[in-house]
Design a protein around this ligand. Structure first.
Ligand code: HEC
Length: 133
């Protein structure tokens, strides 16, 4: 039946479309806080660079803005640019000389994007069982 085929095609398109969107996420998380090794590295980088000093321990903002809010609209490209170059006139320091941050920008973004998406439900994350550290 042509109609059956059409429905099948539609279903496959939706199912694979959904899977594709899922794959686009830079982080993986279960139970809201068990994350993949890259996201774990992002959290460690966040702590090592003490971003919390200005953005708050839960990324909800203090001297600096809430990154939960910012990353809903800030592109990854702009994220990388502002962390690297800073906005010195506005109090955001440049991290271009911080090798740990420069080496782990993707991981840092993954972690913060997960927080911003609401998928990572608490700031302190832990390694996913069996995913290494
Ligand atoms: C000394 C305080 C301070 C520290 C430390 C700091 N920030 Fe910021 N950050 C700010 C301020 C203030 C702004 C707002 C700048 C502005 O008004 O444009 C900002 C802006 C940003 C923005 C842009 C937000 C937006 O909506 O455009 C990002 C992303 C960001 N910071 C990430 C980080 C990350 C990641 C770290 C750690 C590696 C960090 N910041 C460390 C003070 C800080």
């Amino acid at each position: 039946m042509a109609r059956g085929l059409l429905f099948t095609a539609l279903f496959v398109a939706l199912a694979t479309g959904g899977a594709w969107a899922q794959d686009q996420k830079p982080y993986k998380v279960v139970d809201g806080y068990k994350v993949d090794p890259v996201t774990m590295t992002g959290f460690r980088t966040w702590r090592a660079a003490a971003c919390d000093r200005c953005h708050g321990a839960n990324q909800e903002g203090s001297v600096g803005p809430s990154l939960i809010a910012s990353l809903k609209t800030l592109s990854k490209e702009d994220f990388v640019k502002v962390v690297r170059d800073g906005r010195q006139d506005k109090g955001m320091i440049a991290f271009s000389a911080n090798q740990t941050v420069m080496d782990n920008l993707d991981a840092l973004y993954a972690y913060l994007k997960g927080r911003s998406d609401g998928a990572i439900t608490r700031a302190r994350v832990e390694p996913m069982p069996g995913a290494g550290s």
